[in-house]
Design a protein around this ligand. Structure first.
Ligand code: ZN
Length: 203
């Protein structure tokens, strides 16, 4: 599947669990770093076809990646299990939607045994695009509900702006809708105003 889909799968799963911002970032890495083995394309097509779905998609890489990320995590037991599960989620999504003729080499480098799905969806299929849109929807929902985006650590100011923009849009929609004013709005302190004034703690 597309790498953006993998990244957002890590983000959405990471938000289902009691993890720290750094661990949520690591969830995105654990869900997407496998595709590093496609970097061979920069050098040659041959290298790409020889090693894509091998080096980064094998169990040894998943275990190593999960261990390294866990070392820098706080909730180590939960984090390790989550990272390893996300690694396998990546394999599952690739098995479904990497297109025909793209086997996975789970046991590489110890074995060249292939996992090949003869009914894999084409890479640019409606299933893959639909999955991407579903995860984008989940990401927007998380931003509105939890007030954070995948940029929370990498670009905190942009993360904050995106959250405020989404919050402003929801407040605009609420102000158009008829109905009795809430006790909060009667006092003239809407949620978005409080957020802009930093009087609402971020989760
Ligand atoms: Zn992959």
């Amino acid at each position: 599947m597309h790498i953006q889909t993998h990244v957002l799968s890590g983000w959405c799963v990471g938000n289902l669990l009691p993890l720290t911002p750094r661990e949520r970032l690591f969830c995105m890495i654990a869900a997407a770093a496998q595709d590093i083995d496609g970097i061979g394309r920069v050098i040659s097509e041959e290298l790409y076809f020889d090693y894509h779905h091998k080096f980064g998609h094998c169990a040894a890489f998943g275990l190593l990646l999960s261990l390294v990320l866990t070392v820098f995590s706080t909730n180590r037991r939960l984090a390790f299990v989550t990272y390893l599960a996300l690694f396998h989620l990546h394999l599952f999504l690739d098995y479904l939607g990497s297109g025909p003729g793209w086997p996975l080499y789970y046991y590489w480098p110890f074995s060249d045994a292939e996992w090949l799905n003869p009914r894999a969806w084409p890479f640019f299929s409606w299933q893959n695009i639909g999955s991407a849109f579903a995860l984008v929807g989940g990401t927007v929902w998380i931003a509105v509900r939890c007030r954070r985006t995948p940029l929370e650590i990498l670009m905190p100011s942009l993360d904050q702006k995106a959250v405020e923009w989404l919050d402003g849009r929801s407040a605009d929609r609420a102000s158009v809708a008829p109905g009795p004013p809430s006790p909060i709005s009667r006092e003239g302190h809407s949620f978005s105003t409080n957020l802009r004034n930093n009087t609402v703690p971020r989760v």
